[in-house]
Design a protein around this ligand. Structure first.
Ligand code: MN
Length: 259
């Protein structure tokens, strides 16, 4: 790779995401302005992971499904998206300052395993789905719950309840080549030291593999896509000053303070 191409790496990645067949012909000078590409560090590598899309599954841990005798898999999984610039990277061993967002009086945490795709496709079979996963991290799907419920009741999109700035705190990516697939292990979230959410990754109604398979029937998945894989019961309302610590067995903690 010559130096001029390397210098344009960020721009090249941006243009590739634009999906134009002429991307290679567009120079920086052709653009009115340039935009940053959201990227995340990869543990054990100097390379970074460029983020293409952020998919999130809804309601994916059945709280009392067995006791209720109901089948949580009766209805297909459903998904929403967050914008890629909603990512707030928080390094392990640090506490990220997380700004309390506007408009809400019921701000809640959802602790989730996040999967990162290195490749994609359409109609991906479940048994091949995990081949597309590059790695995993701990993430928070931060939610303006009052607005989500209000919009839901009005049959309007969740957008401002889920897809606002800083709504996607997460740690660095741990490659599958180093840590293996994350199909089981404890997941929990504590607020000021009190456990609010606790489950096992194996409790998911739809596994990460099944989520990839389902998503690929609706969208062509591509390298750079990431998936928030759902949260256990117990999201609670937080206020300024609260310390949130998310844990997934085998990964470093994710810590933020609401400011
Ligand atoms: Mn969620």
């Amino acid at each position: 790779m010559d130096t001029s191409r390397r210098g344009l790496f960020g721009l090249g990645a941006l243009l590739a995401f634009a999906g134009t067949a002429h991307a290679a012909e567009i120079k920086a000078d052709d653009l009115l302005f340039t935009l940053p590409v959201t990227t995340l560090p990869i543990v054990g590598s100097k390379q970074r992971f460029p983020v293409r899309r952020i998919y999130c599954i809804g309601r994916n841990y059945p709280a009392h499904a067995k006791e209720m005798g109901s089948d949580p898999r009766k209805e297909p999984p459903f998904f929403f998206e967050k914008p890629t610039d909603a990512v707030q990277y928080v390094a392990p061993g640090t506490v990220g300052d997380h700004p309390y967002p506007s408009l809400t009086h019921m701000y809640q945490h959802e602790i989730e395993l996040v999967a990162f795709l290195k490749s994609g496709g359409v109609n991906i079979p479940v048994e091949k789905a995990l081949d597309h996963v590059f790695g995993y991290t701990v993430g928070l799907d931060m939610t303006r719950r009052d607005l989500q419920h209000l919009l839901e009741n009005q049959k309007k999109p969740w957008e401002i309840g889920k897809s606002f700035d800083h709504a996607a705190p997460m740690g660095p990516i741990h490659p599958v080549s180093a840590i293996g697939q994350k199909t089981k292990g404890s997941i929990s979230l504590a607020v000021n030291g009190n456990i609010k959410q606790q489950a096992d990754l194996s409790d998911m109604t739809w596994s990460v593999a099944e989520q990839i398979a389902h998503l690929s029937t609706a969208f062509e998945l591509k390298a750079g896509d990431i998936i928030y894989s759902g949260t256990p019961k117990g999201p609670s309302t937080v206020v300024k000053g609260d310390l949130l610590v998310g844990k997934i067995e085998g990964l470093p903690d994710l810590s933020i303070r609401i400011v």
